[in-house]
Design a protein around this ligand. Structure first.
Ligand code: SAH
Length: 251
């Protein structure tokens, strides 16, 4: 069943109003009409099963049949700090991370990034941020998420480390780490002590992190971890971490 997200103010006791692009999509592309069913989510883990009651003038009205907590949300809050990859890879990374349960994504500019942060638009936001958030929205829709993960503007690695420092668990994925693996880290993490705390992790660009960057993080209390003996591409690493965490905690 198609899924759409609406802000809470469009959800009434027994009816939901869908506007804008989603309403156009429902009527023009999906050709849905009165009597068809869909799922609407309040972006806060609640799903409403609805029957369309009218499609008029770009506004879709749907009657609420039942509501339930969205079962697709992980019990943890997890943030990816992804160093800028080349080309279109960030779009792929965002899409996969959303499918695999990420809560938010922060693009990061580190010393070995070949790609440069995108220019700021008139609103002083990165020009690509809007597109990235659209990709996150569509991936959330497709994968039945109960929130729409946010993609933030790009920040420097230094700022990102400072932001992640206080999280319940944070780590840097580093292929030269020989001691601790992501499995060790996950199994030693006592989530009962931090049920709502954020887990955050860092993935380097194609050229990886420099030793200095990893050392800087460790001085802030952010350890580096190995994802195994194989070197993964930057666009693979976050999927590995998110899959491992899901296997560890959700299966
Ligand atoms: N240093 C290498 C590879 C970088 S891989 C080079 O110079 O080509 C890109 C990023 O993926 C790394 O910065 C790291 O964050 C992550 N990564 C890839 N394989 C990994 C592994 N086996 N363990 C931990 N992190 C890994």
């Amino acid at each position: 069943m198609p899924k759409f997200f609406v802000p809470p103010e469009q959800i009434y006791d027994d009816e939901i109003i869908i506007l804008g692009d989603d309403a156009r999509h429902i009527s023009a592309s999906l050709r849905m009409k009165t009597g068809d069913t869909l799922i609407v989510c309040n972006k806060n883990k609640r799903d409403y099963e609805c029957i369309i009651s009218s499609v008029e003038n770009g506004i879709v009205k749907a009657e609420i049949v039942s509501s339930s907590v969205c079962g697709a949300e992980p019990a943890y809050n997890i943030r990816l700090y992804q160093c800028l990859p080349k080309g279109e890879k960030m779009e792929y990374i965002i899409q996969k991370a959303v499918e695999l349960g990420i809560s938010s994504i922060v693009p990061v500019y580190s010393s070995r990034c070949i790609a440069k942060p995108t220019q700021k638009g008139k609103d002083n936001r990165d020009k690509k941020t809007e597109r990235y958030n659209k990709i996150a929205y569509e991936a959330a829709q497709q994968s039945g998420r109960g929130i729409v993960p946010v993609v933030y503007d790009c920040i420097t690695l230094e700022r990102a480390f400072a932001a992640a420092k206080g999280d319940a668990l944070s780590f840097v994925c580093y292929e030269n780490e020989n001691g601790i693996t992501v499995k060790n880290l996950f199994s030693s993490f006592d989530r009962a002590k931090n049920p709502s705390g954020t887990i955050s992790f860092f993935v380097g660009p194609e050229g990886g992190f420099s030793k200095e960057e990893v050392l800087f993080a460790s001085k802030l209390g952010i350890p580096s971890v190995s994802l195994g003996e194989r070197i993964l591409r930057t666009e693979t690493a976050s999927s590995f971490v998110l899959s491992a965490l899901s296997y560890e905690t959700e299966m």
